[in-house]
Write a protein that binds this ligand. Sequence first.
Ligand SMILES: *[C@@H]1O[C@H](CO)[C@@H](O)[C@H](O)[C@H]1NC(C)=O
Ligand SMILES: [Zn+2]
Length: 353
Amino acid sequence: MGIGSKLMAFAGLLCMLLLLPLAASQAQTQQQQPQARAVGVTQWSDDEAHFNRTLDSILVPRVVGSPGHQQVRDYLVQSLSGLGFQAEVDEFKQRVPVFGELTFANVVGTINPHAQNFLALACHYDSKYFPNDPGFLGATDSAVPCAILLNTAKTLSGYLQKEFRNRNDVGLMLIFFDGEEAFKDWTDADSVYGSKHLAKKLAQVVRKDPAGQFQQAPRNIDRIEVLVLLDLIGARNPKFSSFYENTHGLHTSLVQIEKSLRSAGQLEGNNNMFLNRASGGLVDDDHRPFLEENVPILHLVATPFPDVWHTPRDNAANLHWPSIRNFNRVFRNFVYQYLKRHTSPVNLRFYRT
Ligand SMILES: *[C@@H]1O[C@H](CO)[C@@H](O)[C@H](O)[C@H]1NC(C)=O
Ligand SMILES: [Zn+2]
């Protein structure tokens, strides 16, 4: 995506969408949102050796259709299986600018696939095609976010494999979107290919027949309580604002967890990543097709964008490790608390009249 086009989308979407959340969500979110109460944070071991191995495996040029792309796709499937997730690949072919027909593949891992609802965590694993820079790595965009998802699963695996497994109220879904990047210029058509495909697939009406009679099951997309999308993470001192009114309570719990970890001396430096304020605009990204299906979105994208964004400098040498460690620590506590405290369906959806 070009800087102009992504910022334009930032301004353009604003008009369309802010009306909806402000008017509609006030009433029901107050009672439904998990409260941002004082949080008891847990000390989890970082397993940074795992994080580093994971990042090394993802941090190769991985433009859709390239050998690196296939290699990373296989790696994600393997890693998810190894962590006890049921791994699935959502593969499809599509014609795109520049390349013509390409094969895309979203990779999805699930624990408790038969649960009523899901917490979904997502990133994109494709890297952007630059005709003049075949070595583009996209460290923050989005190798680090994908490594964060796998490291979250790894560090919480004791909990996920024992206590959490076989829960009926909630499952955990890790989504690695393919084809987020535009091949030419960022437009609604030339972007988020994988996410569009997966949202459409999950939005299909499924019928089940448990007792000899047809019954309409809830659409799978309606079982996602919140889609947490990570993007552009790994540069020094990122800032995360709250983008959507209906998930503001969840954003606030990130603010609180960061605060608690900092006062417990478990964070490095003193940059506050999670700002307790609404963003002045929106960033167009993989959540768009899910938002259009009314899935609640928690968009964890650094704004302003890292200054290495879409340049050859978005590589390992320019990552800021204290910021990455801090994000990992806050994020794994957030995921743990969400799952641990969950007992009944959480409905943060906007009501439409
Ligand atoms: C992970 O990699 C970073 C950057 O190379 C390094 O500073 C850190 O010590 C590594 N951590 C481990 C546990 O190897
Ligand atoms: Zn990008």
